[in-house]
Design a binder for this molecule. Structure first.
Ligand SMILES: [Cu+2]
Length: 492
């Protein structure tokens, strides 16, 4: 037997059959009890804060430190949608609030400043804090004041912070929430791109996309009927040239949180599968997930590799929120095609409606009540037509023989303006004859469009593709809408 041993040893360490070396053991997680005993060392570090979708760089530190965070509350008016303004209350000037990134065991010295021009007192409740109110009571700050308190980050994870000043729901509804990432001592796995996205629900007195400055609607908030459900505080935050960017082959991590105040998110990226998800931003990884549920006041981390170039749409998969309340963002991936994985033919423009087109100045002018010229209306209407009507009537307005009547050169469309308005607002069914051909089908009412939008679309349609042109105004649409009452709740 003795002679065999050297032979076995030889086999074990040579040739392709050799067993792979075992990976280094995963570091043992640091418990909150152990973290509580850690003393910060070294110089005081000033935390790097970023505005969404940017994320501060990894902590990359082998010891716990004293970290100073300076966060200023700013109340100011910003666009919530194209031509719609809202008075946001913010942590750091933006919705969501500044991203804070620290290490488990760090002691955070928090300075909350309330800008002297502000009207309201505010405070902060960080879900990363162990202690009553998460810092709320110690951080109550009147306008023109600054509060300081400290806490030790005992648990690793991705945590929501928010204002907790009464009425709490209202402060949150106005945009007062953000994320704080507490890295485990060994840090997080390296990725190529990191993004910061937060969903929130908003309540305005006016309807969705009704122009002008829109005040907060307390009753809608109590009834949990949001006017807007948004990523990063506005409809335009993550679309067009503000879309998130990546290259094929890269690994993407999204730090995704829900500020609420009311609505949970069914977070999904159209055309991607999350390779890894940290559900509820806890410590355990779930793999190969399509849609992940994120509660109000909760967060998640998702990671995926982007293989195929194109535009990937971030949505709350409760889809009316995505297509009728604004919960849409984009990730644009550039790189060479990968035909074996995906063949091509993108249908983004139809699927995305007007959201694929960045907001145009003309659309704002047309809609904000200033006397818009027919040319401005037509321009704004073109984008809306492509998103709303072209699915059926086709991008060139020619329709589909026997199914969808043409709008290009349609005698029916031009014969009666009021009737045309009525068709868009209330829909159409039964037999119609267009250019001598008969159709017997159903067009659903386009109830999601407001008077302005209907006027813009019809001004475009009635002047495009060689149609003679005859502009439509919002007043004409309002008159038709008022003269054809619909059952309550059927349309706005
Ligand atoms: Cu507040």
């Amino acid at each position: 037997m003795r002679t065999l041993l050297p032979l076995l040893a030889l086999f074990a360490c040579s040739g392709p059959q050799a067993a792979p070396t075992a990976p280094p053991p995963a570091p043992r997680p640091l418990s909150s009890v152990e973290a509580a005993k850690i003393e910060p060392t070294g110089d005081v570090i000033h935390a790097v804060l970023t505005q969404a979708p940017e994320v501060p760089p990894p902590v990359n530190r082998d010891h716990a430190a004293r970290v100073r965070v300076d966060l200023e509350v700013v109340e100011h008016t910003e666009p919530i949608s194209d031509g719609v303004d809202y008075v946001f209350w913010t942590f750091g000037g933006d919705v969501p609030g500044s991203f804070i990134r620290i290490r488990q065991g760090d002691t955070v010295e928090f300075h909350l400043k309330n800008h002297p021009d502000n009207k309201m007192p505010h405070n902060i409740d960080l879900h990363a804090v162990t202690g009553p109110g998460g810092g709320a009571a110690s951080s109550f700050t009147a306008p023109g004041h600054e509060s300081q308190f400290s806490f030790k980050a005992l648990n690793p994870g991705l945590f929501v912070y928010h204002c907790a000043t009464a009425p709490v729901g209202m402060h949150v509804a106005n945009g007062m929430y953000g994320l704080i990432l507490v890295e485990p001592p060994e840090g997080l796995p390296e990725v190529d791109r990191e993004f910061y996205v937060m969903q929130g629900d908003f309540y305005t007195v006016g309807k969705y996309r009704e122009k002008g400055l829109q005040p907060f609607d307390m009753q809608k908030a109590i009834d949990e009927e949001p006017t807007y459900v948004l990523f990063n505080g506005s409809e335009g935050a993550l679309v067009g040239d503000k879309a998130l960017q990546a290259k094929t082959g890269e690994t993407v991590r999204i730090y995704f949180g829900v500020g609420g105040p009311n609505v949970t998110s069914s977070f999904h990226v159209i055309g991607e599968i999350f390779d890894r998800v940290w559900p509820e931003a806890g410590s355990h990884v779930q793999e190969n997930v399509q849609t992940t549920m994120v509660p109000a006041g909760g967060a998640t981390m998702v990671e995926f590799t982007v293989e195929v170039p194109g535009t990937y749409i971030l949505v709350d998969h409760s889809l009316f929120r995505a297509f009728n309340k604004g919960a849409i963002g984009m990730l644009k991936v550039e790189g060479p095609d990968l035909k074996p994985v995906y063949s091509g033919k993108e249908v983004d423009s139809v699927y995305l409606a007007d959201k694929a087109v960045p907001a145009s100045g003309q659309a704002v002018a047309a809609a904000s009540g200033d006397a818009a010229t027919p040319a401005q209306r037509a321009k704004a209407g073109e984008a809306l037509f492509q998103g709303t009507c072209s699915t059926c009537h086709q991008a060139d307005g020619k329709g589909l023989e026997g199914v969808f009547p043409p709008l290009a050169g349609s005698d029916f469309l031009m014969a009666d303006k009021k009737r045309a308005i009525g068709i868009v607002v209330n829909g159409l069914s039964g037999k119609v004859t267009v250019n001598g051909k008969s159709y017997d089908s159903v067009m659903p009412p386009m109830s999601q469009l407001n008077d302005d939008e209907v006027a813009n679309i019809l001004t475009y349609v009635r002047g495009a593709w060689g149609n003679p042109g005859d502009p439509v105004t919002p007043e004409e649409v309002a008159a038709v809408r008022a003269s054809t009452p619909r059952p309550p709740g059927a349309a706005h």
